[in-house]
Design a protein around this ligand. Structure first.
Ligand SMILES: Nc1ncnc2c1ncn2[C@@H]1O[C@H](COP(=O)(O)OP(=O)(O)OP(=O)(O)O)[C@@H](O)[C@H]1O
Ligand SMILES: Nc1ncnc2c1ncn2[C@@H]1O[C@H](COP(=O)(O)OP(=O)(O)OP(=O)(O)O)[C@@H](O)[C@H]1O
Ligand SMILES: [Mg+2]
Ligand SMILES: [Mg+2]
Lengths: 163, 165, 163, 165
């Protein structure tokens, strides 16, 4: 089991760096075992170096940089063992437009192997979706589901469904 | 498609029976603040066997049952059904579709069903054993919980690597 | 001091209800002393009742409803003792468009007595501002300030400054 | 206008001297992720006397000093000046403008100035005593910390009421 863990750890470590560079448009993402002698019980440190900056612990990153680093780690894991489905609840709340764009680009790629359900208030994020599901509360306090299938109703732009 | 549909009845703000059909690829879930989007995420975690009321944003487990509005009385049962496609044989059951159902009464007692057959929680656990399905920071990133996957406590992070192993 | 505390507590309690109704378009906001016999050491419970729903503790609210309740409490306090300045760092991240609109309406009113500095990625929030200050990192890792004074450059729409 | 301007030099990502002029009413602070917006908020909390490195998102207090990039060496001093208008006599000093300055060296030692006169931290504290200026959950709501004002621990909330009293 130690070999198994180490093999997948090294794989994720490499992937994390690749995903980090794609999401940040450069820089370096690094994982480090805090106690390399005891692989099975050691903690794992996450270090991030946005382009041009110094390598630092994730606690120094900005709100948006943390979200992007979390996404990089998630996708790095999926490259080793994709989850059949993934639910992301407003993961783009702290991201600026440029980073939303890079995130969506990667999401598109990973949606070939995994099913994604994303909750967002950001019109840009919605445009990438292949199906829209609406929840309303016309009767106060009572949730109702409204389905706008994008494939069924091409005439309705995604942003219209949002308002 | 893996998650085919989820049906909620009496779960949190879903007083009336409501069904969502999911598609492959990316499905976006939209709606104004407080309309029930994150409640749907909670319902999926719940039917997959979640036992901690705190991660369901509830005080005690009965708080997931619809507790009424100004115009409607509270209900006494909450029920969620999740239909999963198993065409690729991801789960150790020899069927192409698996319908999970969970029901809870005000008394706090939960009932679990797989394809309409009553089962125990441990059967649900065994079905998803070691797949990571429904686990936070792997297949579900809850609202405002980005830090879960980047958590300060290193031992929380090992989870990700073991999941993949 | 007990009278002083009770007087300002009762005042804020009333204001909280008024601000809550304005931000949620109805409903009720309530403050309760957990230990009314010991006013000076008692905790204070916040209860919220979005329109048509039941009154409940704030832990049951959604992400956006919590943000809005926090804003209601802040403005309720400012009605008793306005702070000369207030910095809000991405307080609108979880809000949908309708709630951003109601928030901006109130912000406009309170900006007559207090100076506000708001950090946001939301183009709608920017439009209400009387001055725009930009921060860039053209040289990686080095922050620089760029000032676009709205009053100096009316020709530049607020959203252009955002991209 | 209350806060007239803030000038940062060597504070976090502000390696070069930078000055922001604020206006009355609403000023919006814009920029991409990681460009230094929240660092400006930290600099205002810091010059107003903040002593906890944790609420400044720093490990130890020296972490607020510019620590270099791939192309630039780290600096050894951080300095922030905040000019406050006192025309309405809000603060107990008989001048129309108050310039606060704080400086920290790698050794960890802080220096404080009011209108260029060296003072102690307790003088800064006395100047702002009981005004709530610079206090979290009253005059500053940090990024992602909405819960601070709604905090679970009731005793954290009393702060708001006493501030107003
Ligand atoms: N047991 C229950 N019975 C009735 N309503 C409930 C129950 N539990 C939670 N709710 C309601 O559900 C609402 C929260 O829903 P949810 O968190 O899903 O909103 P959301 O759509 O995610 O909103 P946001 O965009 O702000 O995140 C609350 O207003 C709460 O009153
Ligand atoms: N002492 C320091 N020296 C140099 N850079 C620093 C220092 N401390 C923090 N930083 C940098 O500042 C950046 C974070 O800036 P900040 O949190 O202000 O971003 P922001 O503009 O608020 O972004 P967001 O929109 O994502 O919230 C980090 O990338 C970090 O590397
Ligand atoms: Mg939500
Ligand atoms: Mg920030």
């Amino acid at each position: 089991s130690e070999e198994l863990f180490t093999a997948s750890y090294n794989q994720i470590k490499m992937n994390f760096h690749t995903m980090f560079r794609r999401l940040f448009g450069g820089g370096r993402g690094e994982l480090r075992l805090m106690d390399p002698k005891n692989v099975l019980t050691s903690g794992i440190d996450i270090l991030a170096q946005p382009p041009g900056k110094k390598l630092e612990r994730i606690s120094l990153l900005s709100g948006g940089e943390r979200s992007l680093t979390a996404v990089a780690l998630l996708f790095a894991t999926y490259m080793v063992k994709p989850s059949p489905f993934c639910i992301l609840d407003e993961i783009d709340a702290a991201l600026d437009d440029a980073n939303v764009g890079r995130f969506l680009g990667l999401l598109e790629e990973f949606s070939r192997d995994s099913q994604f359900i994303i909750i967002t208030h950001n019109k840009k994020t919605v445009i990438g979706a292949s199906a829209l599901l609406g929840v309303t509360m016309e009767e106060p306090g009572i949730s109702k589901v409204v389905t706008y299938r994008l494939s069924d109703a091409p005439s309705m732009p995604a942003s219209a469904a949002l308002s | 498609v893996f998650l085919k549909s989820v049906e909620l009845f009496g779960f949190k703000s879903f007083a009336d029976k409501s069904k969502l059909m999911f598609s492959g690829g990316i499905s976006a879930l939209l709606g104004p603040n407080g309309c029930g989007k994150s409640n749907i995420v909670d319902s999926i975690k719940w039917v997959l066997g979640e036992q901690s009321s705190k991660t369901l944003r509830a005080g005690k487990m009965e708080d997931v049952i619809f507790n009424g509005t100004e115009m409607r009385k509270q209900l006494n049962i909450a029920e969620v059904s999740l239909v999963i496609s198993n065409e690729e044989g991801y789960l150790p059951m020899d069927v192409s579709e698996i319908a999970l159902k969970r029901r809870v009464y005000r008394s706090g007692e939960s009932e679990y069903y797989i394809n309409n057959v009553p089962v125990k929680l441990k059967d649900i656990r065994e079905l998803f054993f070691d797949t990571g399905i429904g686990k936070s920071a792997y297949s579900i990133l809850e609202q405002g919980k980005i830090d879960q996957i980047l958590s300060h406590r290193p031992e929380d992070r090992r989870y990700i690597f073991e999941e993949a192993a």
